[in-house]
Design a protein around this ligand. Sequence first.
Ligand code: GLY
Length: 373
Amino acid sequence: MSDQHKVTVELGERAYEIHIGSGVLARAADYIAPVLSRPKLAIIADSNLAENHLPVLQAALDGAAIAHDSYLVPAGEASKNFNQLAELSEWLLGQKIERNDCIVALGGGVVGDLTGFAAAILRRGTRFIQIPTSLLAQVDSSIGGKTAINAKSGKNLIGAFHQPDLVLADMEVLKTLPPREIGAGYAEIVKYGALGDAAFFDWLEENGADILALDEPAMAQAVAKSCEAKAAIVARDERETGERALLNLGHTFGHAFEALTGYDNTLLHGEGVAYGMVLAFAFSAMRGDCPDADAARVKAHIAASNLPDTMDKIGDGQFTASALIEAMTQDKKVQNGKMRFILAHGLGDAFIADNVNEDELRAFLLAQGAQDA
Ligand code: GLY
């Protein structure tokens, strides 16, 4: 099977392509040149990539006579702030980047979100290209046009929908990532099977170990399938007025654990999503919405993928039901004061539940090992 894939996000005049495969970064100019209005662009890169991946992109652009300047964003979530946004925007203006020029985001979710938001507001909207270098960014955050910085009151609360013009996902850049980060990105891949494609979930049960071991054709296939799933949902519901919310499977539970562990390395976002999916399926089963056997398969695959499948594997494992519920009610997805959960009728069949009551949620969390307070 070929390990080169192309997925189109069908958004009419704003449609764009995602190219997935090995060596895509070294061939970046072949994909980038056709979308440029003139042979000039600005690269915004994660400072950790300055040594290895940035020179590959720069060489590719030099080879195609595309002029470029680079700006390094300090690695880490803390860079998604107003000061960094202001500095980056002034730098882009200093580089005389025009509305029809492209800004390239080379990095993980932090650089993609920050650069995308800068592109959304620079000259009231400049074009941009995503070159995601983390697995999580390749299968989720680089696609679909959600861009943002963080606010004091929460993550990603200040942002805009602004679609990129091109996404390039190179399997080779993933080889240098720590295994834990690969696992966290893999959780988002599992999410696409769990929420809408039972056959893909079956395939992941068979092939997950190869993906986690960085087998490039298996990875490219999994990334492409994930991008197809997300592209289809985004094309139908770009602004999350309905179906796009299904992409938040595992997120309401997961965010609560992320918040209570301080959004640090104790629990990576993808790990929170992994455990959140286990809980979403177990809760669905408890409510009688979903067969127990499907919930058991989700839990078993998360455990087999070395991701957290029980509460005692998260931090010190000590969480009170009240603190978890409080964190869930602060979630972005609360609407009209009601918590919205993404639950499932079965594997590949997620739905939006607005009717969760706090008593059943508390009883469920206690049964999962939360403390009674
Ligand atoms: N990460 C979820 C979305 O893009 O809607």
